[in-house]
Design a protein. Structure first.
Length: 107
């Protein structure tokens, strides 16, 4: 049975050089990119970017509409509360007493 032999420096550099040459040959053997295919890829990328931009704009518009709706709701609530007459201390006591009496009558 043969023993494992450590490759020397000369052998390692020769293997590295051969690997580099093989990689270069494979790269050179690769066919050039067709301009039509390249243009199609660029058009597809542009369309995808346009769709993403439209989706972002739509999302921002929806967020702004939601903010406006919440603001309008808060303003309407504030206006409603401002329009309600404030109860005096005597009226508040009468209402509290009425609730207490109703609770007592239920028992």
């Amino acid at each position: 049975m043969a023993m494992y032999k450590d490759p020397g420096f000369q052998e390692r550099t020769a293997l590295a050089k051969a690997a580099k040459l093989k990689a270069l040959q494979q790269l050179k053997a690769k066919p050039p990119v067709d301009p039509v295919v390249l243009a199609e890829r660029a058009a597809a990328a542009a369309a995808k970017e346009a769709a993403a931009a439209a989706a972002r704009a739509e999302k921002i518009a929806a967020r702004e509409a939601d903010k406006a709706a919440k603001k309008a709701e808060a303003e309407a609530k504030a206006a409603f509360e401002a329009a309600q007459p404030a109860l005096t201390a005597a009226e508040q006591k009468a209402a509290r007493d009425a609730r207490y009496a109703a609770r007592k009558n239920r028992k």
